[in-house]
Design a binder for this molecule. Sequence first.
Ligand code: URA
Length: 311
Amino acid sequence: MRATLLALNEELLRLKASGVDTVSVSNDSLRILRKLAGGGAPSQPPAPDSSRSAREPGGAAAVKTPRFDDTKRNPPPAEKVPAKSTLPEPPVVKLPEGDKQERWDALLRQVQQDPVCQKSVRPGKKVVLGVGNLDSSIFFCGEAPGAEEEVQGEPFVGPAGQLLTKMIGAMELQRSDVYIGNIMNWRPQIPTKAGREQVGNRPPTPEEMAYCLPYIQAQLEIVQPRVIVALGATAARGLLGQDRFRALGEVRGKWQEFAGTPVMVTYHPSYILRNQSIRSKRIIWEDLLEVMAKVDLPISDKQRGYFRAKT
Ligand code: URA
């Protein structure tokens, strides 16, 4: 139950970060929420879980939970995510012989022609594979395409992507020096009324992540990076396993491993967009300094000092 409330809380934060400040909730959903919250006062929205947020910066305390509106004013969107997987077995990806570019091109063709991927994007939107330097030592792995990414067909081009680009710049690198991919190749859909654009994002289900896993594995096989940077809990769960940790803080900032490649788990850039404190920026920056050291990038005194709280 706690996990469900945390997931709900996380999704509300995500919606808020993407500009949504009001969420309509049907009476049925309200009844379920009250039941989950232990039958609390009917007129109160669920409270953010402050114990988790105090421990985990990705958690809830940093941002107030959005206001809930009455369904009479705002009819509820059809927001249900299928409880059971309807996805077939994950695809078999067999990379052809050839150089990296040829192998990557073949992978792009496969993912773009994958009927499950195609069916999972709305009309006019794109399936998204990673981009970047196929010889990079550093492979950033995010969660899933968002609104801008599914339009452009490229990962991390929206607000979180602009921040990621700045983080890469702070490492004295350019976007084109690194490889950037996602656990998911499509934007997880939230059903909307016909013809309406999806507002906000939802985290992918474990089944969706399992379906796309061969594609991230194939990208890693092509790039052969020296390190993977897992951005946020979903990417970390996708790579390390769904049950590897409860709170991101358990694995963040410590070297993990995926198929023999070191993984640095850090917070997702969208966390910084929601929580602009020097402390959170410093935490992510310390993780990136670890990454730089691991791949033998020079680190200047100025870089070492970024986001140190002034005393
Ligand atoms: N967030 C992600 O995790 N990936 C993207 O591509 C964009 C936003």
